[in-house]
Design a protein around this ligand. Structure first.
Ligand code: NAP
Length: 309
């Protein structure tokens, strides 16, 4: 990690596409808030292998000190790993990198999504939420961070994905994943949730059977897919016609629009819900701290993006 006494911090983000990224605003606000001089530039690099020469050149710049820190986003969170010398234990566990810093001569890959997600979830989750069972949509890079963070906090996680093999691979690769974690195909989800609701009703009336008891009503629903993201804002991963479980909290990692269809539908049904803006802020603050040694004010960063819709 870098020391806070540097004169200028050359920071940036690689991914593709990047035009709509809020990270430059967040990190410029963080530099300002911490009284540091620097900039945060975008390095759009197409998916590998097409972009591999550009990726190598960018890593060389980082290694030689022309850059002091880099964020990594879609589609490079996993494909950047072979370019690095080390991974932090968390990045290794999650299997994805969103932050790179230099330690001496080495390039170190880290992951601040898991910690950023949990920090924001804890900020939002109502005290009376039972914190038992979570349903996570998607099995990509962000899902890995979310499932890891939830498993560490003893949530029982069901991963709902359109490719079951990807969901199984996610759970099998994590040492924190417990035998109670499970996967379900998106196609089977509506039936599963309906059966789970029926189980709860039967349990209350004393009629539950062991096969019904295998279905669990989620206390927390997390979307880690891009479904509902601008410009496809009229889509939601939640199965049509299935009511949101009583008392469930809904968290959508998508933050553009600031209120996704999933979040607005949950709120209309009387459930509490949050979009991914808070996680975006938390993970940015954590990355910034890795590079500069200084922690920007979360309020200052929230303020910076408070007007976006
Ligand atoms: P990713 O690695 O590409 O994973 C996306 C996952 O969603 C994959 O499992 C993918 O399945 C699934 N998926 C994609 N389209 C789908 C569809 N139409 N129906 C069902 N499943 C679908 O991407 P990621 O890095 O995990 O990012 C996912 C989302 O999280 C993005 O919207 C990103 O902006 C957001 N995110 C937010 C934050 C934050 O700070 N708020 C941080 C990280 C990510 P396939 O593999 O089958 O395509």
């Amino acid at each position: 990690m870098n020391s806070p006494v540097k004169d200028f911090f050359a920071l940036g983000l690689t991914g593709y596409p990047l035009e709509r990224s809020l990270s430059p605003r967040l990190h410029t606000a963080a530099l300002r808030d911490c009284g540091l001089w620097g900039d945060y530039r975008l390095y759009p690099i197409p998916q590998l292998p097409a972009g591999r020469m550009q990726m190598q050149a960018l890593m060389d710049d980082l290694r030689r000190g022309r850059l002091d820190g880099l964020n990594v986003t879609i589609p490079h969170k996993q494909s950047v790993i072979p370019y690095l010398d080390e991974l932090t234990p968390l990045a290794r566990q999650v299997g994805a990198v969103n932050t790179i810093f230099r330690a001496g001569e080495s390039l170190v890959g880290d992951n601040t999504d898991a910690e950023g997600f949990m920090a924001d979830l804890q900020h939002h989750l109502p005290e009376n939420n039972p914190r038992r069972a979570a349903l996570v949509f998607g099995a990509g890079g962000a899902a890995r961070a979310v499932v890891h963070a939830l498993s560490v906090e003893n949530w029982r996680v069901t991963v709902a994905a359109r490719r079951l093999e990807q969901a199984h691979a996610l759970l099998h690769s994590m040492s924190f994943s417990t035998v109670l974690n499970s996967v379900i195909s998106l196609d089977a989800l509506a039936e599963y949730l309906t059966a789970a609701t029926q189980t709860r009703m039967d349990t209350h009336s004393g009629n539950s059977t062991s096969s019904q008891a295998a279905h669990t009503i989620p206390d927390l629903i997390v979307n880690t897919t891009p479904v509902g993201m601008f410009p496809d804002s009229d889509r939601s991963p939640w199965p049509q016609g299935v009511p949101f479980p009583n008392g469930a909290f809904v968290y959508d990692l998508v933050y553009k629009p600031a209120e996704t269809l999933l979040v607005s539908a949950a709120r209309s049904a009387g459930r509490q819900a949050a979009s991914g803006l808070g996680m975006l802020v938390e993970q940015a603050a954590l990355s910034f701290e890795r590079w500069t040694g200084m922690r920007p004010s979360i309020d200052a960063l929230r303020q910076e993006i408070s007007g976006i819709s």
